[in-house]
Design a protein around this ligand. Structure first.
Ligand SMILES: [Zn+2]
Length: 233
């Protein structure tokens, strides 16, 4: 195995490990991101409270209508019961019944409005709880998908770590120092393959001397443009 190839192999492992590292962060962030679920949950709770309020209002107006009807019934039975004979008193009672009936009609209108509102609120609540159920299912499904992926890439990570230990074992210490330094300063890519007489990392065409040098298995050749270790492939 040539010196550049050993570094190239290590680079391939490290590139995969870098990807895994970033992906694990993405997965953990996504697993914690339950903002949508919270929002939908809060919206559903609000609809529940709105419905509860509409029901209470409806019950109140129903009770009022009931009491008003009872009052009218009582007054009418006094009116037609025959016990009251005084015409003035009868006339007053009749007026009172008329006025009670007029107010009953107002109350009945309010009752109808309250019923319609309650129906509206019930429909909204139903939509919101359906939405919540769906969002919840989506979230659970997404989490289990992410957890499955996480499990898989953690295994890959373990395998790659042991491959990495084995790969490092055969690399010269000075090559390792150079590799680590280049990884730091070249956005993680220390080794570039030569493709069509050019450095695949920066794209610059290599001169004849460099092209010649990359064929030597016992020396490290750096791209004269980006400074990366060149591997002939
Ligand atoms: Zn280059």
């Amino acid at each position: 195995m040539s010196r550049p190839f050993k570094l190239y192999r290590l680079q391939q492992i490290d590139t995969q490990l870098d990807w895994i590292h970033n992906r694990l962060i993405e997965i953990d962030t996504a697993l914690q991101d339950d903002d949508t679920l919270k929002e939908v949950s809060e919206a559903a709770l609000k609809k529940e409270q709105d419905l509860e309020a509409a029901r209470k209002a409806l019950h109140r107006i129903e009770a009022e209508v009931g009491q008003q009807r009872l009052k009218i019934e009582q007054n009418e039975s006094s009116l037609y019961g025959g016990k009251i004979r005084n015409p003035k008193e009868l006339k007053d009672l009749e007026n009172e019944v008329t006025s009670l009936k007029r107010y009953l009609s107002t109350l009945e209108d309010r009752q109808l409005d309250a019923m319609l509102l309650e129906e509206d609120m019930a429909a909204s609540r139903k939509t919101a709880s359906g939405e919540l159920e769906k969002t919840h299912l989506d979230f659970e499904m997404r989490c289990s998908e992410l957890n499955r992926e996480k499990e898989k890439i953690l295994k890959d990570q373990q395998r790659l770590e042991s491959e990495r230990r084995a790969a490092i074992g055969s690399i010269l210490p000075e090559d390792m120092v150079q590799y680590v330094q280049l990884r730091k300063t070249r956005r993680g890519v220390a080794v570039a393959m030569v493709v069509d007489r050019a450095c695949s990392a920066c794209g610059s065409t290599l001169n004849a001397a460099l092209l010649n040098a990359v064929h030597s298995p016992n020396q490290i050749t750096l791209c004269d443009s980006c400074g990366r270790v060149l591997y002939k492939g």
